[in-house]
Design a protein around this ligand. Structure first.
Ligand SMILES: NC(=O)c1ccc[n+]([C@@H]2O[C@H](COP(=O)([O-])OP(=O)(O)OC[C@H]3O[C@@H](n4cnc5c(N)ncnc54)[C@H](O)[C@@H]3O)[C@@H](O)[C@H]2O)c1
Length: 334
């Protein structure tokens, strides 16, 4: 079976993809420094290279030790607000670390890569739902580093014949119903785990902004179940392997390059998510209304029809209850 290196494979989304790859009988290895990953998420039999992607010598050594057919690149920093306080940390891991990875791949002749990009590359789009050809105008440094890496991929396609798929996820949510892995960032900046924490600890949840021009005044976001994301990665891998007949203009090298949004297409308001948590957990907790935070657009919803059309991607867990229920199961098993 094809040999896949998963960077950041001990993290939230990476571990779900690793599990899906193992189930599909790929030969899987992980590169992760465990700075925000969890060793217990690494399945038995999967080799973990405990390596900092920012160390070019160590990254190269991974490729010397083992041959790979493709890379899935999840490793990175993702706390959008923090990226405004400490841009150097985000540039270092997401861009310099990404560069180290691409260079090791180039030196060792590995030319297929799937990249975890983000809806953050769009910033505050003018049109909803957001299509892949919307203007790219990040409003935080996190989104900028994601866009820079997408541009690096395009350079490596043009110059070295790399094939890539960049998947722009919206908000990943939920956990594998089989248990054992889930969302556990430190710090946790994402909505659903923070509401679940309030439910678990009967503490307060701070709701930022209740006067947006939306149906109930709170922000609307697009949530996508992490297992559906994992499915999309396997389909993207197949797409790269199959030569991607739908790929955009490929140049003489025959390299494939494609970008897909991955979202639910529905959009749930913050209040709807809070209500779903209350229903699923049967717990009550206080919701403290706070003023808007800077840089929170009212509505972000994906148009993922391209992934459905080209990759034949179908969601299995599109309801907010399914995301909250599986996330709650993980939260209460910790
Ligand atoms: N979670 C989301 O909703 C979301 C949305 C859009 C895009 N993404 C992207 O998906 C990817 C995975 O996100 P996640 O939520 O699973 O995050 P995560 O923090 O759970 O996983 C990231 C992994 O990368 C590892 N890592 C970080 N710095 C590293 C370094 N210097 N060297 C080696 N490993 C390193 C961490 O230890 C962790 O295991 C990220 O690139 C993120 O930008 C996530």
């Amino acid at each position: 079976m094809p040999r896949v290196l998963v960077t950041g494979g001990a993290g939230y989304i990476g571990s779900h993809c690793v599990r899906a790859l193992v189930k599909a009988e790929y030969d899987v290895s992980i590169l992760d420094d465990l700075s925000n990953g969890h060793e217990e998420f690494v399945p038995k039999g999967v080799k973990l290279f405990k390596v900092d992607i920012c160390n070019p010598v160590d990254v190269d050594a991974v490729f010397s030790e083992k041959q790979f057919d493709a890379v899935m690149h999840f490793a990175g920093r993702l706390e959008a607000e923090l990226s405004m306080e400490k841009p150097e940390e985000f540039f270092y891991v997401n861009c310099v670390g990404g560069f180290n990875l691409l260079e090791a791949m180039r030196r060792h002749g590995v030319k297929k890569i799937i990249f975890s990009s983000s809806a953050a590359v769009y910033g505050e789009p003018k049109e909803i739902p957001i299509k892949e050809n919307a203007e790219l105008k990040p409003i935080n440094n996190y989104g900028t580093t994601k866009l820079i890496f997408e541009q690096m991929l395009e350079m490596y396609r043009k110059s070295y014949g790399f094939s890539y798929v960049a998947l722009r996820y919206f908000n990943a949510a939920g956990a594998d119903p089989e248990g054992g892995i889930g969302e556990a960032h430190n710090p946790e900046t994402h909505l659903i785990p923070n509401i679940l924490k309030a439910a678990k600890e009967s503490s307060e949840f701070h709701l930022f902004g209740t006067d947006y021009p939306t149906k109930d005044g709170t922000c609307v976001r697009d949530y996508i179940h992490v297992c559906d994301l994992a499915d999309a990665h396997l389909l993207a891998l197949k797409y790269l392997g199959d030569g991607g007949s739908f790929g955009k203009e490929t140049g003489a090298s025959g390299a494939v390059a494609e970008i897909f949004n991955l979202g639910n297409g529905a959009g749930y308001s913050n209040r709807e998510v809070i209500d779903a948590v209350k229903r699923v957990t049967n717990k009550n907790f206080s919701v403290i209304e706070k003023p808007r935070r800077e840089g929170d657009p009212p509505v972000l919803i994906a148009d993922s029809s391209k992934a459905a059309r080209i990759l034949d991607w179908k969601q299995k867990f599109s309801k907010i209850e399914q995301m909250v229920e599986t996330a709650w199961r993980f939260e209460t098993s910790k």
